[in-house]
Design a protein around this ligand. Structure first.
Ligand code: BDR
Ligand code: CA
Length: 306
């Protein structure tokens, strides 16, 4: 059983990533969800996480809000992609309970302190909370079992030609996280854009009862604003990696986050020439797409029967 803490900004694909975690409860123990301002404002990412906790039967998993914005930069949002609420035109029932007391950064630090070497951090939003956790308690780097992020790319951007959204939204935080001394497993656009919800995948989601009421319209909303053969549910790749790393090929690299460039801010400058050098990242370079969807749909099917 892998213990996982998910830091997120739901977000359509964040929701589908949480659904994957919920449907994988037999192998993944979700110890907490922390929220960050990203795709939409923190109030909305937190409200969405709370509604998803109920809808996805996540039980008592604590949901703790964190950083409302970037460490230094003006706020960038992705409402054009995720809609004004963050979940497209999906409206989930009002959550029964509110968020946990306290701040996500404290939750991350204390949760890792209590179980050193046990918890995998999965970050699928801007890295503001993680950067603040590293500054507040540098030992989180030793305590984390692993850090897996959805973010960045070594080939391209999506928010602009150079930068992926999560990196661009808080580049200084991303730089702090990549420089912290752990190995960042980076599931970037290079692989996430391969795992798109095409019509065949959508057909496998349609029979999933009430879960389909989230998955299908969310994917369709996302698909209407993203091209390239259907919407990529980027964030689910990070959870899928934790569940089955063999779905992806990952290559050691040195990754630096550009924070100063006028046109390249947020770019993850990735150097695969690592001979004799200390690396700070494992970068995903390929994904077994059919096996990825079998894993994801299999988890959704389990969840749909609960
Ligand atoms: C990432 O940006 C966000 O809009 C998505 O939720 C995902 O985490 C993709 O670039
Ligand atoms: Ca996200």
């Amino acid at each position: 059983m892998k213990k996982v803490l998910i830091d997120c900004d739901p977000g359509i694909d964040d929701a589908l990533a949480l659904a994957l975690a919920a449907g994988s409860a037999d192998s993944l123990d979700l110890v907490g969800v922390t929220t960050v301002g990203g795709n939409v404002d923190l109030e909305l990412t937190t409200a969405n996480a709370l509604a998803l906790r109920d809808f996805l039967h996540l039980g008592d998993v604590p949901v703790t809000p964190g950083s409302a914005g970037a460490l230094l930069r003006r706020t960038v949002r992705a409402t054009a992609v995720h809609g004004t609420t963050g979940l497209g035109d999906v409206v989930l029932p009002t959550p029964a309970r509110g968020p946990s007391e306290g701040h996500a950064v404290d939750f991350i630090v204390e949760t890792l302190r209590a179980a050193p070497g046990e918890i995998t951090l999965v970050a699928v939003g801007p890295l503001s909370n993680l950067a603040l956790a590293v500054r507040r308690e540098p030992r989180v780097v030793e305590w984390a079992r692993d850090l897996v992020i959805m973010g960045g790319s070594y080939t391209r951007g999506n928010h602009n030609p150079a930068a992926e959204f999560n990196m661009l939204a808080d580049p200084e935080a991303a730089a702090i996280v990549f420089e912290a001394g752990w190995t960042v497993t980076m599931l970037g656009l290079d692989v996430t854009l391969k795992a798109v919800v095409n019509s065949g995948v959508l057909d496998r989601m349609r029979p999933l009862g009430r879960l389909a009421d989230l998955l299908v319209p969310a994917a369709q909303f996302y698909g209407a604003v993203t091209a390239e053969g259907g919407p990529a549910i980027h964030d689910a790749c990070a959870v899928a990696y934790v569940l089955d790393p063999t779905l992806f090929t990952c290559v050691p690299a040195v990754v630096n986050v550009e924070t100063a460039g006028e046109f390249t801010r947020g770019m993850t400058v990735t150097d695969f020439r690592v001979a004799g050098r200390e690396t700070n990242a494992l970068v995903a370079t390929s994904v077994d797409v059919p096996a990825f969807w079998d894993l994801v749909i299999g988890a959704y099917e389990k969840l749909a029967t609960r």
